[in-house]
Every structure is written in structure tokens, then in C-alpha cells.
Design a binder for this molecule. Structure first.
Ligand code: PEP
Ligand code: MN
Length: 288
């Protein structure tokens, strides 16, 4: 299946590895049977904001806390993140609720600092092609896993080649994150969420795949439905932006869920997972 000649990546190929990669962070297993939920605000804004978010994410039963400290903003006039202070606040909030944390790293020179505070390093969509950053992040001295977001105009091969840079540099713990690609109808959706890439990637690679319907749609209204769709098509996890007071968020307010909507979504994802498992068992029983 999908054997269309020589591929430009090797270690990322599904056949290169006997089984699927499971990335372990504390008690959390990304790529195991159960979908993992990463929740939190787009940006860390203040101690109170990230603490409240952390408590909401924990109470909802999600598995990891997110929050950007170094923000790749399109306009230089928009909030750029709190930097190192943001990292400290995120780490403290994660520790308080006993959740591992993930945050973006934007520069090779900041890799060690970010790896000091974060359990997973995120490489953002705008940096997927930044090979010196991929290599530096891969070689972080704490061997933190890397969540690699898809470039917003990247093909699947380009994305897997970016993952290959991390694998070649000696870090086997790569998580792919589909976050939508540039579409042609930004009036309604910020990006075009490519869910077909999930079953496709499960054929092409052993690496786990997380779906981010927040950046993938840009609209709060669409996020719960697309999150459930992502789980139904086999995503190993979800990354969802939430905020204690969504309309006041300093970045990506239009796509921030409130704590209650986030909690309902987490419950729905759990029951959907159980239903899908049952369905799969039934299919297995009737086909034997
Ligand atoms: C983010 O996750 O906060 C982010 C900036 O996402 P992306 O790189 O997908 O735009
Ligand atoms: Mn965001």
C-alpha cells in the first residue's frame, strides 16, 4: 500500500521499526491505545491565568498542560509571549497539578532553557522547515520528546523529512501534530484540517499522530466536532486550546474553549474511545 517508489525518509518509515513508537512522558503514553489530550491556553499570560488553566485541564482528566512562552506571531505588534517568565509559570502550574507540560521552542539557542522547564518541546508550524532548530531540539541534553507540527504548506513527505532530521540526530521520540494547512476559505476556517493524513500516516510511519483542531479550524464552534472526528479516524491524541476567560485571551481568542466546554469535550472523547473499542471487538467477532 502507498508504495510509490523511493521515499526521501528512512527512519520514519513504518517498516523501519517493528512496532509503532510510543512516546512516554511520566505516566502518559502517546501512541498507546488511549487518545491523549493536551490542553491549555495558546499563551501563558500570567500566574493566575496559567494556574486556573492547569486546574481546569487536570479536573477535565486531560493528560498534558500546554502554554506558549515564546510565541511565533504573524504581526510584530501582537503579544509575543512572556519568554522565560512564561516557562517558569508554566512549569510551576504543571507541577502544582501534577501534569507534564509542553511548550514551543523557536531558536536553537533557547533549546536547553526550554528543555529545562518543559517535558515535551514543541516545534511550531512556521519552523517545521528550520533544520538547524530541528537538529538542536533533537539533541537537547535532557532527551525531551519533540512534538513536530505540520508546516501550514507542507506536504506529507516534507513533514516526514522534517521528522527524519530529528530521528537522524538521535532522538527517537517524535510526535507528529496535524494543525491544518493553508486553505482557500479563511473567511470561515483559519486552516484546512487534513484528517485524511491520520490514517495515511499510520500506513507510512510508526510515529504517533496528534491532531490540533484549534489551529486547524480557528473557530471554537467547530472544535469539539473535529476533535471527535480526529479520534474516530485514529488520532493518538488531541491538542486543544482552552482559556479560563476565552474572550480576553491575548492570542487566538476566537479558538479558545472555556473550561466547561473543554471538560465536556474530554468526557466525549473518552466515551467515544470506549465505543470505538467495542465496535472494533464486535467487528472482529463477526468476521471470525
Ligand atoms: C501553537 O500551538 O500555539 C501554535 C503557534 O501553533 P502552530 O505552530 O500550529 O501555528
Ligand atoms: Mn495558538
Amino acid at each position: 500500500m502507498f508504495e510509490t517508489g523511493e521515499r526521501p525518509y528512512r527512519l520514519a518509515r513504518r517498516q523501519a521499526f517493528g512496532s509503532r513508537t510510543v512516546v512516554t512522558v511520566g505516566a502518559v503514553r502517546i501512541g498507546g491505545p488511549e487518545p491523549v489530550i493536551i490542553g491549555g491556553p495558546c499563551s501563558v499570560e500570567s500566574r493566575e491565568q496559567i494556574r486556573e488553566s492547569a486546574h481546569a485541564v487536570k479536573a477535565a482528566g486531560a493528560h498534558l498542560l500546554r502554554g506558549g512562552a515564546f510565541k511565533p506571531r504573524t504581526s510584530p505588534y501582537h503579544f509575543q509571549g512572556l519568554g522565560i517568565e512564561g516557562l517558569q509559570l508554566l512549569a510551576a502550574a504543571g507541577e502544582e497539578v501534577d501534569l507534564p507540560v509542553i511548550t514551543e521552542v523557536m531558536e536553537p539557542g533557547e533549546v536547553e532553557t526550554v528543555a529545562h522547564f518543559a517535558d515535551i518541546l514543541q516545534i511550531g508550524s512556521r519552523n517545521m522547515h528550520n533544520t538547524p532548530l530541528l537538529q538542536a531540539a533533537a539533541r537537547n541534553s535532557r532527551q525531551r520528546p519533540i512534538l513536530l507540527k505540520r508546516g501550514f504548506a507542507a506536504t506529507i513527505d516534507e513533514w516526514l523529512c522534517a521528522a527524519e532530521y530529528i530521528l537522524v540526530a538521535g532522538n527517537p521520540n517524535v510526535i507528529l501534530c496535524e494543525r491544518g494547512v493553508r486553505g482557500f476559505d479563511a473567511r470561515y476556517t483559519r486552516n484546512l484540517l487534513d484528517l485524511a493524513c491520520v490514517p495515511l500516516l499510520h500506513e507510512l510511519t510508526h510515529l504517533p499522530i496528534v491532531v490540533d483542531p484549534s489551529h486547524g479550524t480557528g473557530q471554537r464552534l467547530l472544535i469539539p466536532t473535529m476533535a471527535r472526528a480526529a479520534v474516530a479516524c485514529g488520532a493518538d491524541g488531541l491538542m486543544i486550546e482552552m482559556h479560563p476567560c476565552p474572550d480576553t485571551a491575548l492570542s487566538d481568542a476566537a479558538q479558545a474553549l472555556d473550561a466547561q466546554t473543554f471538560a465536556v469535550l474530554c468526557r466525549e472523547v473518552r466515551s467515544l474511545y470506549i465505543t470505538l473499542q467495542r465496535l472494533q471487538e464486535e467487528v472482529l467477532c463477526t468476521s471470525h
